[in-house]
Ligand binder design. Structure first.
Ligand code: NAD
Length: 245
């Protein structure tokens, strides 16, 4: 489904991002993953190598536009083009507002929102020149319903939806599609750190009766990245088993 395409996936070292790397590779894309540091990028590349999957990895500071710009330029010089960007890196929060510092609130915004702005800004000039491109963002079901604590996280994901819908309109004339996937509770490290008292009752309320697998989310990215979604842009696709948090 992605033969001949070059894809960059941020937060590609584990969880939803790593599974998306695998699914894109199975569908014949060239994939470059981004992670937060050398050790985790090396570990992911090693894990993939053991499964006979070859990818390149980088670890630019996603809050430093110049650093990202340089890496994207390097990628385009090596592969000739850049067709798909998956803005997936993200962190969550679950503390009550009284226990959350304004620095913690800013940290979430910096990664979940500003990093999307930075990486997208670095990639768009190439996609505009090609008159072709797909940008996909990882939102969350909390971008629709909010959540009972950890206000920075849903706030950041509401912003992701705003970026998605706005850039879809801005970039459509250049044939660049922009969509987001809004996962429900998905089996990754991000969920493993949340207290059992928060997760167990939530799973009970999911109509499909199970937690999401990373492949459920990666398959949604695959569809949106492919030509099967050629007339879909500005969409926030819920992949949550009809969960309502
Ligand atoms: P994860 O914690 O397993 O992976 C997060 C990824 O983000 C990692 O690859 C990590 O390297 C990267 N990352 C973290 N901090 C970074 C930093 N400072 N700089 C660069 N990269 C950094 O989490 P996940 O569950 O796979 O989450 C991936 C995305 O899915 C996130 O945007 C998250 O908000 C979203 N999401 C997850 C769930 C869920 O239930 N797991 C639900 C809805 C949305």
């Amino acid at each position: 489904m992605l033969e001949g395409k070059v894809a960059v996936i941020t937060g590609g070292t584990r969880g939803i991002g790593l599974e998306t790397v695998k699914v894109f590779k199975e569908n014949k894309a060239e994939v470059i993953l981004f992670g937060s540091k050398k050790e985790t990028v090396d570990k992911a590349i090693e894990e993939l190598k053991n499964e006979n999957i070859k990818v390149k990895g980088y670890y630019p500071n996603l809050n430093n536009f110049e650093e990202i710009e340089k890496v994207i330029e390097e990628i385009v010089n090596e592969y000739g083009h850049i067709d798909i960007l998956v803005n997936n890196a993200g962190i969550s929060a679950n503390k009550k507002i009284e226990d959350t510092t304004s620095e913690e609130f800013s940290n979430i915004m910096d990664l979940n929102v500003k990093a999307i702005f930075n990486v997208t800004k670095a990639v768009v000039p190439y996609m505009k020149k090609q008159k072709d491109g797909v940008i996909l963002n990882t939102s969350s079901m909390v971008s629709i319903y909010g959540q009972p604590s950890g206000v920075g996280y849903p706030a950041s994901k509401f912003a992701v939806n705003g970026i998605t819908k706005s850039l879809a309109r801005e970039l459509a004339p250049s044939n660049i599609r922009v969509n987001a996937v809004a996962p429900g509770i998905t089996k990754t490290d991000m969920v493993a750190v949340l207290p059992k008292e928060l997760i167990d009752p939530l799973i009970k309320t999911i109509p499909l009766g199970r937690i999401g697998e990373t492949r459920d989310i990666a398959n949604a990215f695959l569809f949106l990245a492919s030509d099967f979604a050629s007339y879909i842009t500005g969409e926030i696709l819920s992949v949550d088993g009809a969960a309502r948090c």
